[in-house]
Design a protein around this ligand. Structure first.
Ligand SMILES: O=P(O)(O)O[C@H]1[C@H](O)[C@@H](O)[C@H](O)[C@@H](O)[C@@H]1O
Ligand SMILES: [Mg+2]
Ligand SMILES: [Mg+2]
Length: 309
């Protein structure tokens, strides 16, 4: 029988609401900003404070549960997802927006058991939009049911993506040529809100038709990936194959057709998986009928083979 994690979800919503008041109070205040992996990868005391607030509240109620938190990982914790009940937390998604007071900042909380996401919560703090989904039970924004646009025709798509924090030539040339190739399809347009979690919730709520990105982390999208699929959307790897939460690549879309259209023109740049495993080629045996057993031990330099089906 499927365990009902509904009470756990309710607890998650209650601590997300508490955390939002901390974010709102800090939003106008002076901030101490530190750098992480690049001059564009920022972190503040509020990121760390909110993560500590969430983790200590959860530990008190569920002492055996595990955590993958963005700022805990930045401080050295290992982001390996086991079968144990695990909370995957991004305390502030959109830290650069937060620092600049660009009003799109989200708290993202996902909960996984046996490596399967059971619920996801994304609180877009300045908009006061609390998105949530429980596996098999639909997706909601402030208790209103969500459905994606269902769009099939990519030439009518509004696509969201992110600029990310990479500033090296390979990442930036891949990223900008992806935008160029998408616009040449043509599509209606491209937007970047500055938080992956909100980008994906826009797909779930039909405000956009697809989101794609290479370089974000599991904590950015674990919650919103479930919200998109519970809203009737699809979530795939950037190649069009099977989505892998730890691979740092994703396409979330209104339909498989739109996802396929994006997979055909965008390319990935190599980036280290969240779980530190050697990068698996995004080959979904079902999709290409291959019997793949060995892992791809080295990154395929440049771009991944196109997986068109
Ligand atoms: O603001 P954080 O939690 O660091 O997440 C952002 C990430 O750092 C950026 O690289 C992405 O472009 C954003 O979409 C993430 O939201
Ligand atoms: Mg984030
Ligand atoms: Mg963050």
């Amino acid at each position: 029988v499927m365990a009902d994690w509904g009470k756990c979800l309710d607890f998650g919503v209650s601590i997300a609401r508490q955390a939002r008041t901390v974010v709102l109070d800090a939003f106008e205040a002076q901030k101490v900003v530190s750098l992480k992996t690049s001059p564009a990868d920022l972190v503040t005391e509020t990121d760390q404070g909110v993560e500590n607030l969430l983790i200590s509240a959860i530990k008190e109620k569920y002492p055996t549960h595990k955590f993958i938190g963005e700022e805990s990982v930045a401080a050295g914790a290992s982001p390996v997802l086991t079968d144990s009940p695990t909370w995957i937390i991004d305390p502030i998604d959109g830290t650069t927006n937060f620092v600049h007071r660009f009003p799109f900042v989200a708290i993202s909380i996902a909960f996984a058991v046996n490596k399967q996401t059971e619920f996801g919560i994304v609180y877009s703090c300045m908009e006061d939009k609390l998105y949530r989904a429980q596996r098999g039970k639909g997706a909601f924004c402030n208790d209103i049911p969500l459905r994606t646009s269902g769009l099939e025709d990519i030439t009518k798509a509004l696509v969201v993506t992110e600029i990310g924090t990479e500033r090296d030539d390979l990442s930036l040339s891949t990223l900008t040529s992806n935008i160029y190739r998408l616009l040449k399809i043509p599509i209606h347009g491209i937007r970047a809100v500055g938080t992956a979690a909100v980008d994906m919730c826009l797909v779930a709520s039909a405000g956009a038709d697809a989101y794609y990105h290479v370089g974000m982390h599991c904590w950015d999208i674990a919650a919103s990936a479930l919200i998109v699929s519970e809203a009737g959307g699809v979530v795939h790897d950037i190649s069009g194959g099977k989505f892998d939460l730890m691979s740092r690549r994703v396409i979330a879309a209104s339909s498989r057709t739109v996802a396929r259209g994006i997979a055909q023109v965008v390319e990935a740049f190599p980036c280290e998986r969240d779980d530190g495993l050697p990068d698996l080629l995004p080959l979904d045996p079902k999709v290409i009928g291959l019997n793949l057993t060995s892992r791809c031990s080295t990154l395929v330099q440049g771009t991944y083979p196109k997986l068109l089906w």
